[in-house]
Design a protein around this ligand. Structure first.
Ligand SMILES: [Cu+2]
Length: 328
């Protein structure tokens, strides 16, 4: 717009009248132009951030366990999490391509339809073909995403022939772990207070009695609660299940590599919600048998207050209604 434009005259020179239609249109054109440039600049900045972020994420994805300034997800340790991670990566590719396409369109519009090159805007307002396309193509993309998504959801949901069962009970504010196949072996798992931490222990994540499981074993996990709703969440297993009073939720895991895995209650459950971490040690089958022998002695007669006995009764009733485990 030239310097002689009446719009930019000092207020004193501007007539206190509504500008003529032509001037108003010109003013609107100017506003739109400024606005479009600003939006385009912002969109490009955002895309640059997304690109840098996803590259950094890809580079960091091989580190083990939670680490400082973590961006991506923890490395997968079960078939469920393998699939979840793969699905996430597929979605990232689709998102990247769509973002690239939208950026291309934006750049094209910014260059091709800028005011200098296109002084007389077209009055086109409808184009049936384009409107059909921008409806049908996104629907197709959603269908393409939905098919693997539903497959994965059912894969996570059905426990494939469990070799053993573990029962998890959420309390304010700790977990109880129970092995119904092992004469109801059961123990509580409490956080290690910060003051008692040993150098190799993780703050807010380490516990006195971790859950111990064998690798290469299909483990059915029952989850329930005794006071409020908790949630048993182990990121590297792809397991997240609500612990609800009076309900028995079910999930499963098959840990692929021995190691130590951490999780947390991720349902706001009261003042000590942040202090009921989950620690799982996955060990070889032999080591697990050895641990069972020790644990049965260590945790014998520990639950005579009735809580665990009641829970065990529920578990036994549910087990009776299900096909027997393939063995352990
Ligand atoms: Cu909780």
């Amino acid at each position: 717009m030239g310097t002689g434009s009446p719009l930019w005259k000092p207020l004193s020179e501007t007539p206190l009248l509504v500008p003529a239609t032509g001037e108003r249109l010109q003013a609107q054109g100017e506003m739109t132009r400024l606005f479009t440039r600003k939006v385009a600049a912002r969109a490009m900045f955002t895309l640059a951030l997304v690109l840098i972020g996803s590259t950094a994420f890809a580079a960091l994805a091989w580190a083990d366990g939670p680490w400082r300034w973590e961006i991506g997800m923890q490395p997968p340790a079960t078939p469920v999490k393998d699939r979840l991670t793969a699905f996430h990566d597929e979605l990232l590719v689709i998102t990247f391509l769509i973002t690239l396409f939208v950026l291309g369109l934006l750049l094209y519009v910014i260059v091709r339809f800028r005011q200098e090159r296109n002084p007389m805007p077209t009055r086109t307002s409808h184009n049936t073909v384009i409107e059909m396309l921008w409806t049908v193509v996104p629907v197709l993309i959603l269908v393409i995403i939905a098919i693997p998504s539903f497959k994965l959801m059912y894969y996570m949901d059905r426990v494939p022939n469990p070799d053993m069962t573990i029962k998890v009970t959420g309390h304010q504010w700790y977990w109880t772990y129970e092995y119904p196949d092992q004469n109801g072996l059961s123990f509580d798992s409490n956080i290690i207070p910060e003051a008692d931490l040993k150098p190799d222990q993780k703050r807010l994540l380490d516990v006195d009695n971790p859950l111990v499981v064998p690798v290469d074993t299909v483990i059915r996990v029952y989850i329930t609660g005794t006071d409020v709703i908790h949630s048993w969440f182990v990121p590297s297993f792809g397991v997240q299940e609500y612990a609800i009073v009076g309900r028995l939720n079910e999930s499963w895991m098959n840990v692929e590599h021995p190691g130590v895995y951490y999780g947390q209650c991720n349902q706001i459950c009261g003042i000590n919600h942040a202090f009921m971490p989950i620690k799982i040690e996955a060990v070889s089958k032999d080591d697990f048998q050895r641990w069972l022998g020790d644990a049965k002695k260590k945790f014998a007669h520990k639950d005579e207050n009735g809580g665990a006995v009641r829970v065990a009764a529920v578990s036994a009733a549910t087990d009776a209604a299900q096909p027997a485990p393939a063995g352990n």
